[in-house]
Design a protein around this ligand. Structure first.
Ligand code: HEC
Length: 197
């Protein structure tokens, strides 16, 4: 009898320890820092529309989307936290600069579009236009990469305004220009991203 009780208590403690470990230090989901996989072909040439990294209006709109202010069905903050500190175990912590600097803008965009298989991170492309996804990237990157923009030529984050490769040829004036140039490199058909799954 006594033995059983003891085992139950120990088992309970072990379970607790696991739970604590899962949501421990630095927010959940922070395993070893490794580079993310390369984005699939239809996302590889997608980049932030030119000028958006530094556009406060775009970033503000991205924030509204992120916190569910625009569409309550899209509330990234409900897992990733309003201030970037994850509130759900396993959600990526965007404040970890060492990890996030390994993500190109294309990787961010791909993951937001398609989600991460077998995790709570689902695909958002049916709920967010391409432009809205880019606005969120512009906002989200500020948690760990404030003042930086992705340089598609150097393949690195550099201070805003110093990228050697211009962003995607969107030139959509901040706001919504309806059918703006697709956020893709020249000649890359934009359709597959929406059609693919
Ligand atoms: C239900 C919880 C939840 C919501 C809501 C959510 N995420 Fe996530 N997100 C996660 C989890 C969990 C992961 C970690 C997936 C993994 O293990 O790679 C993640 C990972 C990510 C990543 C990094 C992917 C990678 O490869 O590391 C990005 C970027 C991201 N989320 C953006 C967003 C955005 C933008 C939104 C809102 C449109 C959002 N998330 C909404 C749970 C969520």
């Amino acid at each position: 009898m006594m033995e059983w009780k003891k085992m139950l208590v120990l088992g309970g403690l072990a379970g607790l320890a696991l739970t604590v470990a899962a949501c421990g230090e630095g927010g959940g989901g922070e395993g070893p820092i490794v580079a993310p996989p390369a984005p699939p072909a239809e996302y590889a040439d997608k980049h932030m529309p030119a000028g958006w990294w530094a556009d406060p209006k775009i970033i503000e709109e991205g924030k509204e989307l992120f916190i569910g202010g625009k569409n309550p069905d899209v509330n990234c903050a409900s897992c990733h936290g309003k201030d970037g500190k994850p509130v759900k175990a396993g959600a990526r912590d965007f404040r970890v600069t060492d990890r996030m600097k390994l993500y190109s803008d294309s990787v961010w965009f791909w993951r937001i579009s398609e989600g991460v298989p077998n995790t709570k991170m689902k695909a958002w492309k049916t709920k967010l236009s391409e432009e809205d996804r880019w606005k969120i990237v512009a906002f989200e990157r500020n948690f760990g990469l404030a003042g930086k923009e992705w340089d598609a030529e150097k393949k690195d984050w550099v201070p805003v305004g110093s990228a050697s490769a211009p962003g995607a040829p969107a030139a959509a004036p901040a706001g919504d220009a309806g059918v703006a140039a697709p956020a893709a490199a020249p000649a890359a058909p934009a359709a597959p991203a929406e059609a693919g799954k």
